[in-house]
Design a protein. Structure first.
Lengths: 355, 257
């Protein structure tokens, strides 16, 4: 009833090229953005900003980066955390070495550095595919962590290899408060999500999907495979690099290379698998699942099972339930939460009728 | 017919690790004609198509296309020169919509850079809309409008064959290579596909080289038939000439020794 295109006719290709074709979609999205930018900073508390919303946003961005590479361009990678680390340390060094340099330029610099490293580790993708490529991106994971710990220069000779975020100043405004860090993260993620959405609905996005689905046919119709794959690595790593810089600057404040280890890469891979490969929305749903569900479970169990079950067991129980839920969702919908949402929308369109 | 042939194969040979797939084949395809390659399974028909559009590199011989001579063709170069093709086992992008598949066929016509597309600035929108218009013309032409937004992997086989033709036509090719466009189709589907191929030739003046096993279809459709057997050319001429040639009959029906 609410969600229906009746009376709305698309009469030009330009209108058909919009991201949100129905005005309901557009207004719902603007309302959500308005809520996130204007209302949430007032109603949220520090715990919500620092422990829930900021990691949710940063992991969504990281998922987005990996999804461009894996979900759209079909190149499997387990080096996501390495590219995040490159972004974080490059942005940090940019801030430290160049006095008074703008924060946002530092983020872009971190992204570009990660993109360059991404292209280098993407080179094997021209020869190898699938699991073999996965192993070569694993090399990035271990190599980058090793370099960042081995050479003190990258952490400005900090004794324990830890980098600390600089002051978060943009044009004289301080974004260091939890609400400020939330707004900064939200702003960056919003801009980059639009950037990614534009790419995947444009020619380059079609090239990526063509290479993913059938690379020999893509070459025959004239798509340059080399350029397409390397651009996928570059743009994916660019987003991951900025996600890494945000992780260090707005979420944790201080971070060491081992904060970006293999388990982080797996976490990002799970986000896109649960959220949905080849979907922009899916990254946000997947990140919400990964970040929010454990918190929800621990709150629920603390409230309802506190006296009943031993606290040590409770923690294990949460992990078991979390794992079971992941399996349940993947069996229910192997294409991820984004696909579930799409099915729900199709139902809502014709509700209350069934066909 | 034009003065110079569009496609001219000169003494092409191809082997895979010593196994000869094609031996010393030469023939020409005139501008605007429909040329059929026929022959028993394993005769080298598909390999020959792969040589023409650069998927395989021949061991010997020259490929003349559009007045230029190539010792070997690269597949990208073939696409740039205006050679498009379909595959025996459909090679569509299965996870993409029909429209997106047709649009990828126009990838060489896109002028805007990815930076313009990513920020939606400059030539990006105008370019996208122009490609969309051209793609829609092809979609209209092949009457696949109603499946425009369907994911290709979910469509039935006969439609997928048509979408693959649409993707090839979207590139506005000079030479269209069709590898068994009617394999596995029933009678109606075959006549529909034949009509599309004839329409393509008439409307766009596209030269067509196709591989087909249904002799009835071949004889009705083509201006020129080349017969291969065991990697060698055993017949070349108009459908009538080929039908009467003793070598062709031998290749197809066998001879008494």
């Amino acid at each position: 009833m609410i969600y229906r295109e009746s009376g709305q006719f698309i009469t030009s290709y330009q209108a058909d090229h919009r991201i949100f074709k129905l005005y309901q979609q557009r207004w719902a999205f603007y309302a959500l953005l308005g809520f996130a930018f204007v209302i949430v900073p007032f109603i949220g508390n520090d715990y919500w900003f620092s422990a829930i919303l900021i990691p949710f946003l940063v992991l969504s961005l990281a998922g987005l980066g990996l999804n461009l590479l894996t979900g759209y361009a079909g190149q499997i990678s387990l080096g996501s955390a390495a590219f995040m680390a490159v972004g974080a340390f490059a942005a940090y060094n940019f801030q430290v070495r160049i006095e008074g340099s703008p924060l946002l330029v530092g983020f872009v610099f971190g992204g570009v550095a990660a993109a360059i490293v991404g292209v280098i580790f993407g080179l094997p993708s021209l020869r190898i595919k699938g699991f073999y490529l996965l192993v070569s991106t694993l090399a990035a994971q271990f190599f980058v962590t090793w370099v960042l710990t081995q050479f003190g220069w990258f952490s400005n000779y900090n004794a324990s290899g830890v980098i600390s975020a600089p002051s978060l100043l943009i044009l004289g405004h301080d974004f260091s408060s939890p609400a400020g860090r939330y707004l900064l993260t939200l702003g960056v993620v919003t801009v980059l999500a639009f950037f990614a959405r534009n790419i995947v609905r444009s020619e380059l996005g079609r090239h990526w999907m063509a290479v993913r689905d059938m690379d020999t046919a893509a070459a025959v119709i004239g798509i340059p495979i080399l350029k397409t794959k390397l651009l996928a690595f570059a743009i994916s790593s660019f987003l991951l690099g900025i996600a890494g810089a945000l992780w260090a600057f707005t979420y944790l404040g201080t971070v060491e290379p081992h904060g970006f280890d293999l388990s982080r890469s797996f976490q990002i891979l799970f986000i896109i698998i649960i959220g949905g490969m080849g979907s922009i929305l899916g990254n946000f749903l997947g990140a919400a699942f990964i970040v929010l569900l454990p918190i929800l479970l621990s709150n629920l169990s603390a409230n309802f099972l506190a006296g009943v079950v031993d606290p040590g067991q409770l923690e294990n129980l949460q992990k078991i339930i979390f794992g079971a839920l992941i399996i349940f969702f993947l069996i229910k919908e192997p294409n991820g939460l984004a696909r579930l949402w799409q099915l729900f929308r199709e139902r809502a369109r014709i509700w209350p009728l069934r066909f | 017919m034009g003065a110079t042939p569009l496609l001219e194969l000169q003494r092409i040979s191809l082997s895979f690790k010593g196994v000869k797939a094609i031996t010393d084949i030469s023939f020409t395809v005139e501008q605007g004609e429909i040329c059929a390659l026929i022959g028993p399974n394993g005769a080298g028909k598909s390999s020959l198509l792969n040589v023409i559009n650069g998927v395989y590199q021949p061991d010997q011989g020259l490929i003349g296309f559009n007045g230029q001579r190539y010792q070997k063709m690269q597949s990208h170069q073939a696409a740039v020169q205006g050679i498009a093709r379909t595959f025996q086992n459909i090679a569509l992008f299965k996870g993409m919509s029909v429209l997106d598949n047709v649009l990828t066929g126009r990838n060489l016509k896109v002028k805007s850079s990815w930076i313009e597309q990513a920020f939606h600035i400059g030539r990006a929108l105008a370019d996208e809309i122009k490609q969309r218009q051209k793609a829609e013309e092809i979609i209209d032409f092949l009457r696949i409008n109603q499946w425009r937004n369907s994911i290709v992997g979910t469509l039935p086989y006969g439609l997928q064959k048509r979408v693959e033709l649409a993707r090839a036509l979207a590139s506005e090719p000079r030479l269209l290579l069709l590898d068994e466009p009617m394999a596995g189709m029933n009678r109606e589907e075959k006549s529909e596909m034949s009509a599309f191929i004839l329409d393509t030739q008439r409307e766009f003046g596209t030269t067509v080289v196709l591989i087909e096993h249904d002799i009835g279809v071949v004889m009705g459709l083509s201006d020129h038939v080349v017969v291969l057997d065991y990697g060698k050319k055993v017949g070349d001429g108009t459908p009538d000439e080929v039908r009467k040639s003793p070598e062709v009959i031998a290749a197809y029906l066998g001879t008494t020794h």
